[in-house]
Design a protein around this ligand. Structure first.
Ligand code: DX5
Ligand code: ZN
Length: 228
């Protein structure tokens, strides 16, 4: 199944002093989803923001809020993130021993269900939950920080994830080091959702955001066509 290319700016790289305006600006610039990176200083070595911040950002856009929880444990906080206005909630497979329970909880909260894997985590962990999820997020850097380089070995992992998905309507998202240089090879490997933080927010105006989002989309579309 071919799902649309979606560009998801990560506001981790935005100006935190004006987050509402940043969310509004990237929406106007053509973002499909807003990627929200939640870090707890425990599962990953950095702290970002929490559910209250998301709640206060919700009025600034109607775009999908794509929440990436880099927290352990995640289960006690799922309801708060759902209530804050997240449309999709993605948990790390490494964040707890009861992955299936976390996925069920997100489903029961009425949100789209995602699982993400650190670069070293094998795809086999997903085999028994494929029919319980709406999204697989392949981390192409070690989570915790923006601005890192795409790990080249992740291209093969994306390809394998695509084949594992088969005909299921599961979004295949890639996060870390996504740029106009890497978007083509990521799309050729089979991904359709592109998270980009520093590549987009290094621009300093709505026009710059629009340009980069358009360039990312074009590079992804070209990569996709080239792979057929
Ligand atoms: C990393 C985060 C990413 C990050 C991507 O832990 O999950 O979403 O913001 O940043 P860039 O696009 O700069 O690699
Ligand atoms: Zn992320």
């Amino acid at each position: 199944m071919t799902l649309p290319i979606r560009i998801a700016p990560s506001i981790l790289a935005a100006d935190f002093a004006k987050l509402g305006q940043e969310v509004k600006d990237v929406t106007e610039a053509g973002a499909d989803w807003i990627h929200l990176d939640i870090m707890d200083g425990h599962f990953v070595p950095n702290i970002s923001f929490g559910a209250d911040v998301i709640k206060s950002l919700r009025p600034y856009t109607t775009a999908t809020f794509d929440c990436h929880l880099m927290i352990a444990p995640a289960d006690p906080y799922l309801e708060a993130f759902a209530k804050a206005g997240c449309d999709r909630i993605t948990v790390h497979a490494e964040a707890g021993v009861h992955l299936h329970r976390s996925l069920q909880t997100i489903r029961h909260l009425g949100k789209k269900v995602g699982v993400t894997l650190n670069p070293a985590t094998p795809l086999s962990i997903l085999e028994n939950v494929l029919d319980d999820i709406d999204l697989i997020l392949i981390m192409s850097v070690n989570p915790g920080f923006g601005g890192q380089k795409f790990i080249p070995a992740m291209a093969d992992k994306i390809r394998s994830a695509k084949s594992l998905i088969g005909d299921r309507p599961i979004e295949l998202e890639v996060d870390g080091g996504v740029s106009t240089e890497t978007a083509g090879l990521i799309a050729a490997a089979g991904a359709n959702v592109f998270v980009a933080g520093s590549a987009i927010f290094k621009g300093e105006s709505v026009d710059a955001y629009r340009q980069t989002i358009g360039d990312l989309r074009a590079a992804a579309e070209r990569g996709r066509v080239g792979s057929n």
